[in-house]
Design a binder for this molecule. Structure first.
Ligand code: HAM
Length: 414
């Protein structure tokens, strides 16, 4: 037999305190999003590979090199979802959600898969909270979506958060701009990083993303898409900004903001945190008015975002990592008392309170220590002379009928 098997690279187990923190995060997300009319959606963990090829875009890193694709049987290839927007749009179409009042607002908390090089804040299986509002191009939907993510990050106490926004315009404006940018990049090819110059034809916008010093210098003089927007798109962007201004939401306009997925049109945005390392993106998103057509539906505008659970928790200062309170620990000295102790713990739990029973075969002393470590508010000790109920806060102890323990702890008195 060879060595022990470990979790795959880039994955992790959710244990103890971090499980509690994730629940707290989910509670905030649910409250904030459902208050704004977002309904929960869950889609399958895998989808037809073509959904991502067409939806996310053939030229993206995600589709080119990060997807976990496998034989799905039935002569099709399937892919573990690398993101949630294309699947949610697929579900919108498949369930005829265009017949519902628009926009349809959906949110999710799900795991996603990308074959990336693992590093701090970057995993191969990770979780996102995401929100998608489909069926309206009103700039108020954009502003509201941005605000909701800002609210979530604030509720979690995420540190050092900055919001950047931009607009990518329509595909036509972007196409014209792209040609100009390609010409500019070719003229400066000698200064660019090899991987940037290799992508001039396929994805020139990514040049703005490069960390390479020469590329960065060259890009300072590059044409900016934001200066090339057509009137409708410029007005749309101004309207989004005006709404953010109206509620006092701080942001910076970033003329070079590019996102790693191809479906974006018009508004794009990203929240970053100084508290993260190289992977400083906490969450981001934007409008995808062409995506539903790309995957075979009618023209339908949409906007949304996704925020990484791991990255939010890495920067969160307001997420308690404490276990939920324990109302009662049931201890007993002799094995004959085990059935009675078992019943008491079960009754207390059925009555809606947290109760734990000694299960480790510890001595009575060990059990009391265990109750203390678990933070139990009360301990019931079932002995020959009756049941002693101890208030762990005051240290007070009294003998009571076993049948009245629940009553006592509910009353908070003996
Ligand atoms: P994304 O920017 O690719 O957008 O991912 C959103 C967030 O997911 C990132 O800001 C980051 O927090 C987290 N994330 C991404 N990749 C990883 C990884 N390998 N490890 C840990 N966290 C990661 C999207 O996925 C779009 N679907 C967002 C969207 C929704 N746009 C419109 N609607």
């Amino acid at each position: 037999m060879s060595g022990r098997i470990q979790a795959p690279r880039g994955t992790y187990d959710v244990l103890g305190e971090s499980a509690v923190a994730r629940e707290v995060l989910e509670g905030h997300a649910r409250r904030i999003l459902e208050r704004a009319g977002y309904e929960r959606i869950e889609t399958p963990v895998f989808e037809a590979t073509e959904l991502f090829a067409r939806g996310v875009g053939e030229s993206t890193d995600v589709v080119q090199k990060e997807m976990y694709t496998l034989e799905g049987g039935d002569h099709e290839t399937i892919t573990l979802r690398p993101e949630g927007t294309a699947p949610v749009c697929r579900a919108y179409l498949e369930h005829g959600m265009h017949k519902r009042p628009q926009p349809v607002k959906l949110w999710y908390l799900s795991s996603f898969f990308r074959r990336e090089r693992p590093q701090k804040g970057r995993f191969r299986q990770f979780w996102q909270v995401g929100a998608e509002a489909i069926g309206s191009d009103d700039p108020a939907v954009d502003a509201e979506a941005i605000l909701l993510l800002a609210e979530l990050l604030e509720a979690l106490g995420c540190r050092g958060v900055r919001l950047r926004i931009g607009s990518l315009g329509t595909p036509a404006a972007r196409q014209a701009y792209r040609t100009d940018l390609q010409a500019y990049l070719r003229a400066h090819e000698a200064e660019l990083a090899p991987e940037v110059s290799a992508r001039i034809a396929l994805n020139p916008l990514r040049a703005f993303d490069s960390d390479h010093a020469g590329t960065r210098r060259a890009m300072e003089g590059a044409p900016r898409l934001l200066d090339r927007l057509d009137d409708d798109d410029r007005e749309h962007f101004e309207a989004v900004r005006a709404l953010l201004d109206a509620v006092g939401q701080a942001y910076e306009v970033d003329t070079t903001l590019v996102r790693g997925l191809d479906y974006y049109t018009r508004t794009v945005f990203e929240f970053t945190s100084d508290a993260l390392g190289a992977q400083s993106g906490v969450g981001g998103g934007g409008r995808y008015d062409g995506l539903i057509e790309q995957i075979g539906g009618p023209h339908t505008p949409g906007i949304g975002w996704a925020s990484g659970v791991e990255r939010m928790l890495m920067t969160a200062s307001a997420v308690p990592a404490a276990a939920p309170p324990l109302d009662l620990y049931v201890a007993y000295a002799k094995p004959e008392k085990r059935a009675e102790a078992f019943r008491l713990a079960a009754d207390v739990r059925r009555a809606g309170r947290a109760a734990r029973l000694e299960l480790g075969g510890r001595s009575l002393k060990g059990q009391l220590k265990q109750a203390g470590n678990a933070g139990a508010r009360y301990v019931a000790i079932l002995g020959d002379e009756g049941t002693a109920l101890k208030d762990m806060e005051t240290g007070e102890q009294q003998t009571v009928e076993t049948g009245t323990v629940l009553h006592h702890i509910a009353q908070g008195s003996f």
